[in-house]
Design a protein around this ligand. Sequence first.
Ligand code: MN
Length: 513
Amino acid sequence: MWGIVFFVASEGQRRVTVFDTTLRDGEQTPGISFTFEQKLEIARQLSSIGVHAIEAGFPASSQGEKETVKAIANLGLDSKICGLARSRREDVDACIDCGVDMVHVFIPTSEVQRVHTIKKSREEVLGITGEIVSYVRDHCDLCMFSAMDATRTERDYLVEVFRTAADAGATILNVPDTVGVSTPMAMRDLILHLAREIDCPLDVHCHNDFGLAVANTITAVEAGASQVQVTVNGLGERAGNADLSATVMVLESIFGIGTGIRKEKLVETSRLISRYSGIAIPPTYPIVGDNAFSHESGIHSHGVIACAATFEPGIMTPEMVGHRRRLTLGKHVGRHAVRQMLEEVHLHPTDGQLDRIVEKIKFISVKGKRVTDADLYEIAESEMGVGNGGRFIEMDEFAVMTGNHVIPTASIKARIGGKEAVYSATGTGPVDAALKAVLGMLPVRVHLKDFHVEAISGGSDAIGHVTIAVEDEHGRVFDASASGDDIVLASTEAMINALNLLHRLDSPTGKGN
Ligand code: MN
């Protein structure tokens, strides 16, 4: 009847489509504003991971927004490009001008929104709904219709509104939980009811005000919805929207429902959006957080070394989502994890040596100090009586210039594998310039993943302790630290420690040089 196939069921596996609104609802996250270039890059990334439709923006909101949506529509991506419109012809025209594949029109239907925002009666809303949906369909093949605040709309009236939209030619109906007040049971009931009453595919848009966005979204799918709206990293208004990674992985790994998403690019996608949005992902965030596959406790580390499914879901592995498993050092660390971490760098302690190494790590950890990978190797080598043959990179001279009218510049002279090297770099600040100068000396490609500085003592002459984590081109993450009363110098030394560590990991003997 609608002539549009939204998903193709194949070989008996149920499939749903993913509609991403990172560029629209996600960009409405307080404090976030993506640049034009970043938006294009995000759209390319979303298309490359298999997102079915991308809501690129709200063209009627500004000239800049309109140009962005148009540019995204012109990229020729595999994803369908959608523009948002209020239920006004000029908003729809703005979308059509951009050359989008789909127009998403919405109108408030709950009493609180009808009375306080658009000030329209129920009958007026029904009239506008039919009129605007047919107007969209006169100009565009795909029309998504949203009854804004659907979950707080009186049910019989909601059915009436949706039926009107479907009859006018809407190709999919969106059920938004605009203020995040639904629960899985309520959502199930609502979707079952709508699916019975209306012959049109359903889509859900859930907000996370009570932390239920993903739960409500996946429940809607269980009840029959055929499309999910998500954002990367759960960005969006207030507490955000359903997270793309978590929604996709529940559907795929737990329900066995296909989403068409290239799951192995989920971590990469999350990191890209984290970088562009300036909103860090908490380490405990599901799927993509740094700790999602990290283990510190002895019992857990021992378990996952023997069989990863002991203390991980198993039906979801780090490889599946482009993550990596990591054993970390701390007061709960066990012998198996430490032995494994040392064997990776070709250090093979005896049982007695291993006991003393573990003892020392725990001793340092209980005092509240973080034990880095670099510290572990130092401890192990001194305990095992093996020297590392001198450090691969040895800093000789270092200078940094900064101020309010100069570009922060750092220069460094060092011996690398015995040979003298000189390098300088500019940066956004002295630390940035210093780290770039150090990295510039070497051909290796590593990037700074985490930078943490803390003052050990009080006052302006406090000793600063800098801990950094770097990731190499193979996706290996390791950390190193340094202390001093000059944080620029301490940062530089921490980076040199990290690079020495990387060299040690890559040298076949497991030793520097
Ligand atoms: Mn929303």
